[in-house]
Ligand binder design. Sequence first.
Ligand code: HEM
Length: 104
Amino acid sequence: MYLTMNRFKVVKAEAAAFEELWKTRDSHLGDVPGFVSFALMKGPEAEDHVLYASHTIWADEASFTAWTKSEAFRAAHGGAKSSGHMYLAPPDLEIFEAVQVLTA
Ligand code: HEM
């Protein structure tokens, strides 16, 4: 299991528009080999922003790397530049490898 998490500091006034952008997007993940699950998570609110994390689980590192080089990645990010005004700073990508996994 391989987790890639991109953290977005979203300007408070843009939080609703940011959520709408994700909810109404045309996701291309479903057919990507090695894709396991995706969630957009809302975190704590600070004085000047709301923290969100896109949380994508992959079978392994190779699946993630292949997706970042794919047409599906390019298609998903065609509009990313036009959302630039929503963020305080560029997103922070953090990657985690599983040490232990327990499920219900
Ligand atoms: C290697 C770095 C990145 C990773 C791993 C990543 C991850 C993802 C994933 C998994 C999705 C969903 C794709 C889908 O459902 O098909 C997505 C979409 C999106 N990403 Fe990224 N992303 C990266 C870079 C960026 C950057 C630099 C930005 C902003 C400047 C950004 C903004 C967005 C936005 C706004 C969407 C929603 C798609 C839309 O516009 O409809 N991402 N990203």
